[in-house]
Design a protein around this ligand. Structure first.
Ligand SMILES: Nc1ncnc2c1ncn2[C@@H]1O[C@H](COP(=O)(O)OP(=O)(O)OP(=O)(O)O)[C@@H](O)[C@H]1O
Length: 322
């Protein structure tokens, strides 16, 4: 069953030079019980996409499409209702999670403010839950009495994860939460997210990263974005082992793989640069960097073509509908 249904979503930034088409006709669903990975290079629109689900403020503008979360459109929901569902139904661990907590308050006060805003009245009960959750992420219950600045980066990261999930949100969005971390801490964060799912604290996760190979460890399905568009979507195993879009193939080739020695890997960057989203080409947005570009690629936008039952890619080489 789909928890989130995003249909032809367009979210732009309004600038003096025109609209930056950061999310431009994106459709996907997130099912109950799955980890849905979103990958792509910096600037492809991943953050804009997930942040638009939580809060849109200028210069971000919703230009069209819907995002049905448990049947309600997040794009037209009023501010009061979005506030109400935040943390209880839909929650985000932000990109800069280590600095996301209010530095002037103790962890227990940050948590109490949040719980109270969502109708909790028993402070003792909330603090007991906080201590339990801190232990769950291998932090001392004493952390509740501390200010964020007293915690190391890794501890702050885990404390933010506790705060974001304290009220058992159905859908948790993790936006580049592992990118600033070393490999060991990355593994801890991924194990914790799995644990939150196993314990029923969260029902589904959207995991956003520029590191496609990392999704192998966590995601059930993957969506690859390029320049505001979906280029490939499918089950993790298929996207990682049999990528169909030239961009996904090059992206996988450009990333170091865990467990493989650097000397044995031949890493190749993707030649060229991403296009400007102020004035993107009419056809395929990847054609300027694609080694297989056909004559029609600059002019005709490729639709998503079926690769297998659940696997689609937007490339003319696959011969799908234009
Ligand atoms: N406030 C803004 N005003 C104008 N353009 C913006 C703004 N914020 C982001 N953009 C542009 O929107 C596009 C998508 O950016 P976004 O941050 O969503 O990408 P991303 O894939 O999440 O990258 P990163 O991982 O670096 O955050 C980029 O071209 C970016 O320059």
């Amino acid at each position: 069953m789909a928890m989130l249904n995003v249909e032809d979503l367009r979210v732009y930034y309004s600038t003096p030079l025109g609209h930056v088409k950061a999310v431009d006709g994106v459709s996907f669903e997130v099912r109950e019980g799955e980890v849905f990975g979103i990958a792509g290079e910096s600037g492809c629109g991943k953050s804009t996409l997930v942040h638009s689900l939580i809060l849109r403020k200028p210069p971000m503008v919703h230009m069209g499409g819907r995002a049905l979360f448990k049947g309600r459109d997040l794009m037209t929901m009023d501010v009061r209702e979005s506030r109400k569902i935040r943390y209880t139904e839909l929650s985000i661990i932000p990109q800069y999670a280590m600095n996301a907590l209010n530095p002037t308050k103790k962890i227990k006060d940050i948590v109490w403010d949040l719980a109270r805003e969502h109708g909790r009245t028993d402070r003792e009960e909330v603090e007991k839950l906080l201590r339990e959750r801190l232990e769950m992420v291998k932090l001392s219950p004493k952390v509740a009495e501390m200010y964020p600045v007293e915690l190391s980066g890794g501890m702050r990261q885990r404390a933010t994860m506790v705060v974001s999930t304290l009220l058992n949100p159905d859908l948790l969005i993790a936006d580049e939460v592992t990118s600033a971390l070393d490999v060991t801490t990355q593994r801890v964060v991924i194990e914790l997210l799995h644990y939150f799912m196993e314990e029923g604290i969260v029902k589904s996760i959207i995991f956003v990263t520029h590191d496609l190979a990392l999704l192998d460890k966590i995601a059930d399905r993957i969506m690859v974005m390029y320049a505001g568009k979906v280029v490939e979507i499918g089950p993790t195993e298929e996207v990682i082992n049999e990528p169909s879009h030239p961009y996904t193939q090059l992206l996988l080739n450009s990333l170091p793989r865990m467990g493989v020695q650097y000397k044995k890997q031949k890493l190749k960057g993707i030649p060229g640069y991403p296009i400007s989203l102020l004035n993107p080409p009419k056809g395929c947005r990847f054609y300027t960097r694609c080694p297989y570009a056909l004559d029609k690629c600059p002019h005709v936008e490729p639709g998503l073509a079926k690769v297998s039952e659940e696997h689609y890619a937007a490339c003319h080489l696959l011969g799908g509908e234009d």
